[in-house]
Design a protein. Structure first.
Length: 526
């Protein structure tokens, strides 16, 4: 019997008197105890299809067709019926737990709300159920942790709490919308194993939405492939992977970041090097704020990056990757030597650093968060020119047009705003903003982790081309080891602030020496 059955689903969004069709004639079903994965690039209609099942789309959505849960029609159902099913029979896990969890409430309060609403639990009975749920999803010391706030947990722990909330009322169907995209490879493996185990023990069905085909192969029984709001192919997982029939499915399967970095000139200029770099944050307590200890974010990091070279930095969340990069850029304080373009800058103040800023730039993980929504693309990209050059406004626009062409965007779009672009286009804009000053060193902090695999390949190819053309040095931070292997000449592995291994990309990937590196590679490439 099918837990969920969708037939002839059509969803459009009305805006300014026009209707944009997002989903067209979608048919899919999830049988009891089955895991079905919906795959496709951003904008393919995956999430819209899932949200339409229990009426979670915005008011301007126009929905037609049939969605049946255990034979009960949900399209056109009244709010009372939908409230009964939402969170009780059908539960959701979303991609970013920090936006789904309330930062002002403890885990106990947030889990307790659902238990009180749907099951009427109160007092000790409710507390016992919360502890049981946290234990089930692998949260250590649940009695203590239930008093914690979301910001006091790691990314993996927050996602486990989201799963606990989704499981609270014993749902028949769990809909997971990109639940592992922002997680480290080891945490991703743990979450996927957890979901598989819970599906069996809780007798659930799972609808899994993702753009990561590696995850699909690992967890799904059947696959539904979507493109531009239409289902283009569906079938058993092994059949789709072994013998895809639709050109789009073939393209998705072939869109893996392949190749390795071209050899570099070992005599090229050293752009930056550090010696035993330390970043320790003081722990202060009491009325007089006495220092009682330190958070040792980075310990004794020694590295160098030459012109035209990429140093990949890998490790789990909290390992010190980003802290190390920010210290090199002198955006946070550190101890011991940092040499940039032949000058020791570790004691430079803001005024001394300002002329060097144009030579060191950074591209962040989330372009939507790092691009101002109130500024046009031209204003965003030219902002650095206003600080570091004497160019007129007209000359700045000319430079913006040139750099947009280099990152393969249409210069005529420069007066548009970030929300008018796709995720991949926004990341190209972020790259353009960094490159317009013609820097020597660029720090790339997870620049591809939120992107579809096909877009990742495009961004990696773009970065390769720009590096070759301008002999750029890259510090590439990522938890996606396939991308690291494709782009990096050397790799540095961090764990709890320590550099546990460093060597050529070939040596680290083919013959890892440290047990932690071996664990990372097994989780990522298995």
């Amino acid at each position: 019997m099918n837990v969920l059955e969708i037939r002839d689903l059509n969803v459009g969004f009305r805006q300014a008197g026009q209707v944009t069709q997002a989903v067209q004639d979608v048919d899919l079903h999830v049988a009891r105890g089955e895991t079905v994965a919906i795959v496709g690039e951003s904008g393919s209609g995956k999430s819209v299809s899932a949200l339409s099942t229990v009426g979670l789309l915005p008011e301007n959505a126009q929905v037609q067709g049939s969605v049946r849960y255990n034979g009960e029609e949900l399209i056109g159902a009244d709010e009372k019926t939908l409230r009964r099913i939402r969170g009780n029979d059908i539960s959701f896990i979303f991609q970013e737990p920090m936006t789904s969890l309330n930062p002002l409430h403890t885990l106990e309060k947030q889990l307790g709300e659902s238990l009180a609403l749907h099951q009427g639990l109160q007092g000790q009975e409710k507390a016992d159920r919360i502890v049981d749920l946290l234990e089930k999803v692998g949260i250590p010391d649940p009695i203590i942790r239930m008093k914690s706030y979301p910001h006091q947990l790691s990314g993996g722990q927050r996602q486990r709490v989201m799963i606990a909330m989704a499981l609270a009322n014993g749902p028949d169907l769990l809909i997971a919308d990109e639940p592992t995209t922002a997680l480290d490879v080891t945490i991703e493996a743990q979450i996927l194993d957890l979901l598989s185990d819970l599906k069996k023990t809780e007798d659930m069905s799972l609808l899994f939405i993702t753009h990561d085909l590696g995850v699909v192969r690992r967890i799904a029984d059947r696959v539904v492939v979507m493109k531009d709001g239409v289902v283009v192919e569906t079938g058993k997982t092994h059949e789709i992977f072994d013998n895809p029939s639709h050109p789009y499915t073939k393209m998705l399967l072939e869109a893996d970041t392949i190749g390795t970095a071209d050899p570099i000139d070992e005599t090229s200029e050293v752009l930056v090097e550090t010696e035993n770099l330390k970043v320790w944050f003081p722990i202060q307590r009491g009325l007089l704020r006495r220092t009682v200890g330190h958070v040792k974010a980075v310990n004794d990091a020694t590295l160098s990056v030459r012109a035209g070279e990429t140093l990949g930095i890998v490790g789990e969340s909290g390992s010190g990757k980003t802290t190390l990069a920010l210290a090199i850029m002198r955006l946070i304080s550190s101890k011991n030597r940092i040499t940039f373009l032949g000058r020791d800058i570790h004691n430079f103040n803001r005024t001394q650093m300002r002329p060097l800023r144009k030579d060191m730039q950074i591209v962040f993980q989330d372009p939507f968060g790092s691009l101002s929504p109130r500024m046009s693309i031209a204003e965003i990209i030219s902002e650095g020119l206003g600080v570091h050059s004497d160019l007129s406004k007209a000359e700045q626009r000319t430079e913006v047009a040139k750099i947009l062409e280099e990152v393969e965007l249409d210069p005529s779009t420069m007066d548009r705003y970030p929300h008018e672009f796709s995720g991949g286009q926004r990341q190209r804009i972020a790259v353009a903003r960094a490159m317009i000053l013609k820097p020597r060193l660029v720090i790339l902090d997870e620049p591809t982790s939120a992107l579809d695999r096909t877009v990742q390949v495009q961004i990696v190819d773009l970065l390769r081309d720009l590096q070759k053309k301008y002999q750029l040095g890259f510090l590439f931070i990522s938890h996606d080891l396939k991308v690291v292997r494709a782009l990096s000449h050397r790799v540095l592995v961090m764990k709890n602030g320590d550099v546990v291994e460093m060597g050529s990309a070939q040596q680290v990937f083919d013959d890892p020496q440290h047990p932690y590196t071996q664990t990372l590679l097994n989780a990522a490439l298995s």
